[in-house]
Write a protein that binds this ligand. Sequence first.
Ligand code: GUN
Length: 284
Amino acid sequence: MTAQILDGKAISADIRADLTQQVASLTAQGQRAPCLAVVLVGDDPASHVYVRNKERACEQIGIRSLPHRLDSATAETDLIELIDTLNEAEDVDGILVQLPLPAHIDADRILGRISPAKDVDGFHPSNIGRLLQRRPGLRPCTPYGVIKMLERTNTAVAGKRAVVVGASNIVGRPMAMELLLANATVTICNSKTRDLAEEVGRAEIVVAGIGKPEFVRGDWIAEGAVVIDVGINRLDDGRLVGDVEFEAAAQRASWITPVPGGVGPMTIAMLMHNTVEAYRARQV
Ligand code: GUN
């Protein structure tokens, strides 16, 4: 079997086009545009690129973006004060604090300070808890984007054996909860998993999010499996590769996401979706 490509660029473009229309119809009715506050602390080059991409997506859709770029020496108390101000601001619908934060700042404390109603990343313990309890509020963007991609394969998730490789707070854990919400039979693998090849080999859906280049070997993949690669790793020779050995996996999978152009664009699209959703929820 040679896999069909799950094109994240095309799927995310559809989602963004739909959001653009929604925002246009809101503003045509005289309502204000949704607004996303984006907070970046320090000078991590990759974070600057991600934040610029998020701001650009806002602009294209008609969402107002409110940038806050802070010095790497910013005190935690000052950041908390900013979050409190944004929580209170009537015209701010979403608050995104780009990770990683500098080491002297407690990221969990900051993420927990964001009002759950404005937590467009879906990382607040309240939003994670709601997802766990089958009554999702704002949902973590990357796992939510993966669910949207799976919908495009027209294969049911319910009843399928899904294996998530990686158990991070941002990807693996919420991904497992999303798959469980969709009634898959879910296995979460972590760095201590004994026979990873065997676990992956049983999967009808594989989601890899471990941050190690081509760690999931193509010959582990079961014939006909759907393979979703959340990883993005730059090799010494400059190439970008995922967490899955793409060419070999594509020989066996029914569907596979490319890197780049797979899950990455979906994360931003779902952030925009969450911002519009947070806006709507605050209007009532
Ligand atoms: N850093 C890496 N991924 C993410 C993400 O999804 N949201 C935020 N805020 N920071 C990140």
